[in-house]
Design a protein around this ligand. Structure first.
Ligand code: PRT
Length: 285
């Protein structure tokens, strides 16, 4: 039977999150990642462990059918592949940074300046759009030391917490784009692989949806049910079950992670008691 080939990063920042989302989508990987390939027990798929930066080309060439990788690499490599879904982990941004002590007005600052980067395509595109001509130095690692050793006036690199910039006396002055892990696919999968892909995508979306939502249970006096139901958005309307104590009910619903704290406060103010909020494993709507 034909298998769908899924690439994930062999080791590094994306590896753990990629394995986790596949596992939650029911993809049980057989042998460890010390090898290049792993079998999947319960789905017609094969996992390939590759370098994040090599993955876009493999997907474009059809060596692998789909992959989990950083959007930044997709943008930088400019391969002809499809980003299907953002996965919500390994968030970062590609930014321009300059020494802290330098006054910065706008991106015209970079006119005629030297910039060190591992992202020459993304940076060139950004500069071209603004009509800025700079001298680009493509280096593959430790970009942040370039200004300190006199190699460049500024850098263009990935930033997440900002502590690397801080430690090197740099400040972030422009965000070129934001990035997170994403699911990509080859443009031309055959019908069989396309059906497998849709099956997997359905599962991944259920996992993502569940991560964004919480299941909430609470107790309330019956006369407050209407008021509390109006606060709980839910999938349809909350489930209301009578409690053993006369005049009280238990309400069950689903809330979005982002609304969590504001809703909790409103619920307490409306007379809700014994509020429990629990994670949801999968969510199919
Ligand atoms: O070797 P391979 O090709 O597999 O990958 P890689 O060398 O790009 O690996 P890795 O694991 O470093 O990064 C993989 C992906 O993680 C990147 O392509 C991004 O999509 C994502 N990611 C998220 C990051 C960061 N956050 C990040 N902070 N990648 C790199 N960084 C580096 C950045 O380059 C800088 O050196 O971390 C430093 C800055 O971090 P802060 O927290 O100090 O701001």
């Amino acid at each position: 039977m034909e298998h769908i080939k899924i690439a994930i990063q062999k080791s590094g920042r994306l590896n753990e999150g990629s394995l986790r989302i596949l596992k939650e989508a029911g993809i049980a990987i057989e042998n460890g990642q010390n090898q290049l390939k792993a079998e999947v027990k319960n789905f017609p798929a094969e996992i390939l462990f590759l370098r994040n930066s090599d993955i876009p080309q493999y997907v474009e060439d059809g060596v692998v059918d789909l992959a989990i990788l950083g959007e930044n690499v997709v943008f930088e490599k400019q391969c002809d592949i499809v980003i299907v879904e953002k996965l919500g982990f390994s968030r970062c941004r590609l930014s321009l940074a300059i020494p802290k002590s330098i006054q910065y007005g706008n991106s015209d600052y970079f006119q005629g300046k030297k910039i060190a980067t591992s992202y020459p395509n993304s940076l060139s595109h950004f500069l071209k759009e603004r009509g800025i001509q700079s001298e680009l130095h493509s280096i593959s690692g430790s970009v942040e030391i370039a200004p300190n050793i006199g190699l460049a006036d500024g850098i263009c690199d990935l930033v997440s917490s900002g502590s690397t910039l801080f430690q090197n006396g740099l400040k972030e002055v422009e965000v070129i784009y934001r990035s997170e892990a994403c699911l990509v696919r080859n443009k031309q999968l055959n019908n069989y692989k396309d059906a497998l892909f849709e099956k997997l995508l359905f599962r991944i979306r259920a996992v993502l949806k569940a991560r964004m939502n919480k299941y909430i249970l609470l107790n309330a006096p019956n006369e407050k049910i209407e008021q509390i139901s109006a606060i709980l958005p839910g999938m349809k309307s909350p489930t209301v079950l009578p409690l053993a104590i006369e005049g009280w009910s238990s309400l069950h619903s689903v809330i979005q992670e982002n609304d969590f704290w504001s809703i909790i406060d409103q619920l307490k103010e409306s007379g809700a008691e014994g509020i429990l909020v629990v994670p949801i494993e999968k969510m199919v709507v």
